[in-house]
Design a protein around this ligand. Structure first.
Ligand code: NDP
Length: 612
């Protein structure tokens, strides 16, 4: 097996993916399995490159001297380069011999282009190109509609054309083509989107192997602890609730209902209703297709629940067996995670998640090894992300509302219960209505599908997020109308920030030329994507998290101040989002290098203005 050619720390010339441009880079590591070098560009951007995309610096110097002196054909071409051999003077008609000469010249030009281009490019990259590739905007800010989008498939060609143009190595035909390309009213930054090639995960998150191993036990234990506590009349953090008998935790009928629920939602997902959209480009440049019909699934589920209630099915069965439901859902998510890990072992390298390919079983099992596991066109991660868990959360909340009415003999639910149910219903309906936005989130674009998301989507969300409603059944809380109105205003503010921030970013990512975004400014980055610096994303770096946290507080307040339990959600959520924000910052720094630093200087606060 050939050994690696370049050593760690060596300064070499690395080809910028999708272009013919080489830049000085430093080798930081080598992956023996994928045969990829991780190299660092001067702006801090890290990429994984194949050996064939790396050259030693000396080889470039050697080629440069060759190109300028040794080859006669090159010498002649070099001379003629200044007067552009491919371009006869305007209005001059060619004779047959001139034409032959021209053909000869053209041949030479082509030969020169292919031979000398890398050398030329290497030693005199265009100022603009260099800036752009290094994440520096040509002009620091642009309005969302003012830049030029070049279709991805044209980009490598255009890059070559730009270089040819710079050194007058193009023919008139090329000129014409170029004019046509530029005259099309396109709209984005002229660089191929560069995604890091999927390779071994070097930086482990969540405390690495020990942390993820612990979390596999800690997360389920937390769910059961919270549910047990909520059942207590007087829950106290210091008094552990008595543990239930093991056999009381399992009921095959409940497990059957969980399976039925999952497959019913899967059937709704498969219905050929709703539009089909493309996700963001993968590292291979491919785009996956997704059916957007989550909202229809919600309507169908609501109809099914309505029918059950009409036939007097006692939905508070869910309340009575909540712990058993949680255990069944946890068992199902564990089985699903095992399946996902086993199938990921056969997945091709480029389909593995950037963050879940460490080579350590526990870590990859937890974070998710495969990025987009699919059975045919059925995308398992995308399906689980919003449907069984999120819609399940609303159904559990409804069951709590009915249980409260039944247990406390109420003709209408309490005001607190109405607020909690309504706020959370709004959140879920919003997520399903804007289902397409999930395609640009970290969960879809970066994280693999493993235990973390399977457990999170199918157990944590429905059973922990419904904790306030569950708490209110056993701990009735009375709030006045003015208090209810104040909490509602708080929720609306949070929702407004959350929704408009997410929509702004999502619309910008999908179509930077969207006229609705014309007033927003952004800075260009090396990847071709812009970073918004005005609007919500110019307020703080994660305005959507800010809105989400404000809403989380509004969901807890209707439960009063007797116990910290209903505030678990807001406390946990702040920790989650602070940690998630740090992860995202880290990824963005790697993706955007200097441009990200500029963004951070411009927008100094992460989530809370003037605080954090
Ligand atoms: P975000 O939607 O916040 O997306 C982060 C990405 O946005 C970055 O990686 C970057 O990706 C892009 N970005 C960052 N800054 C800018 C900018 N200035 N201009 C344009 N694009 C930018 O990530 P999440 O997936 O974490 O969150 C999505 C939503 O889900 C949030 O509202 C969050 O609150 C919510 N959420 C809810 C949870 C819950 O349990 N209820 C859990 C987690 C999240 P790129 O440049 O590659 O496009």
């Amino acid at each position: 097996m050939p050994s690696r050619k370049f050593a760690d720390g060596e300064v070499v010339m690395g080809r910028w993916p999708g272009s013919v441009l080489y830049y000085e880079v430093q080798v930081t590591s080598y992956d023996d399995v994928a045969h990829l070098y991780t190299v660092k560009y001067k702006d801090g951007t890290e990429l994984a490159l194949k050996e064939s995309d790396i050259r030693s610096q000396s080889s470039f110097k050697h080629r440069k001297s060759q190109s300028s002196s040794s080859s006669p054909s090159r010498r002649s071409s070099s001379r003629s380069r200044s007067r552009s051999p491919g371009r006869p003077a305007k209005g001059r008609r060619r004779s047959a011999s001139q034409s032959r000469e021209h053909k000869e010249d053209k041949k030479k030009t082509i030969q020169e282009t292919s031979l000398a281009l890398p050398v030329l490019v290497l030693f005199k990259p265009s100022e603009n190109n260099t800036k752009r590739y290094n994440g520096e905007p040509e002009s620091t800010e642009k309005n969302a509609t003012s830049c030029i989008i070049l279709e991805q498939k044209l980009k490598p060609d255009l890059e070559i054309k730009r270089v040819l143009e710079q050194y007058s190595l193009r023919s008139r035909k090329d000129d014409k083509k170029k004019e046509e390309i530029y005259s099309e009213k396109k709209t984005f930054v002229a660089v191929k989107p560069i995604e890091k090639v999927s390779t071994k995960t070097k930086e482990m998150e969540f405390g690495g192997r020990i942390g993820t191993f612990t979390l596999i036990f800690f997360l389920p234990a937390t769910v059961f602890y919270l549910l047990l506590m909520c059942k207590q009349d007087d829950p106290s953090l210091l008094n552990l609730p008595p543990l239930p008998a093991l056999e009381s935790l399992w009921d095959w009928r409940v497990f059957g209902v969980v399976l039925l629920w999952f497959f019913l939602q899967a059937a709704f997902y498969l219905l050929p209703i709703g539009k089909v959209v493309e996700g963001l480009p993968l590292s291979s440049g491919r785009r996956l297709q997704y059916r957007i019909n989550g909202f229809y699934a919600f309507i169908l589920t609501a109809a099914a629940v309505g029918v059950l209630l009409y036939f007097e099915f006692e939905l508070h069965y869910l309340y009575d067996h909540l712990m058993q439901f949680a255990v069944s859902a946890a068992a199902f998510s564990l089985a699903l995670s095992i399946y996902l890990y086993v199938r990921s072992l056969k997945a091709p390298e480029e389909e593995l998640a950037p963050g879940g390919n460490s080579g350590y079983f526990i870590y990859d099992f937890f974070t998710g090894h495969e990025l987009n596991p699919r059975i045919g066109s059925f995308d398992l991660k995308y399906f689980c992300e919003l449907r069984p868990g999120l819609i399940g959360w609303v159904v559990i909340n409804l069951a709590m509302l009915l249980a409260e009415m039944k247990i406390h003999n109420l003709s209408v639910p309490s005001l607190s219960m109405i607020l909690v149910n309504s706020f959370q219903l709004l959140y879920v309906v919003d997520a399903l209505w804007n289902e397409e936005a999930v395609l640009t989130t970290m969960d879809i674009t970066h994280d693999g599908f493993g235990f973390m998301l399977a457990f999170g989507d199918l157990v944590w969300v429905p059973f922990v997020y419904s904790l306030q409603a569950f708490y209110l059944v056993g701990h009735p809380t009375t709030i006045t109308w003015p208090v209810a109105a104040a909490i509602t205003v708080l929720n609306c503010i949070g929702y407004y920030i959350f929704r408009s921030a997410n929509s702004q970013k999502n619309n910008f990512r999908r179509n930077p030329a969207d006229p609705k975004l014309a007033n927003l400014k952004f800075i260009s980055t090396a990847t071709g994507k812009g970073l918004l610096v005005t609007g919500w994303w110019g307020f703080v770096r994660h305005p959507n998290y800010l809105g989400d946290i404000i809403m989380a507080l509004a969901w807890s307040l209707p439960c009063g101040f007797n116990h910290i339990l209903p505030y678990f959600y807001v406390i946990y959520f702040i920790c989650l989002l602070v940690h998630r924000e740090a992860r995202d910052e880290h990824h963005c720094k790697q993706k955007y290098g200097l441009a990200w630093e500029r963004y951070c200087q411009r927008v100094p606060y992460r989530i809370f203005p003037y605080i954090y």
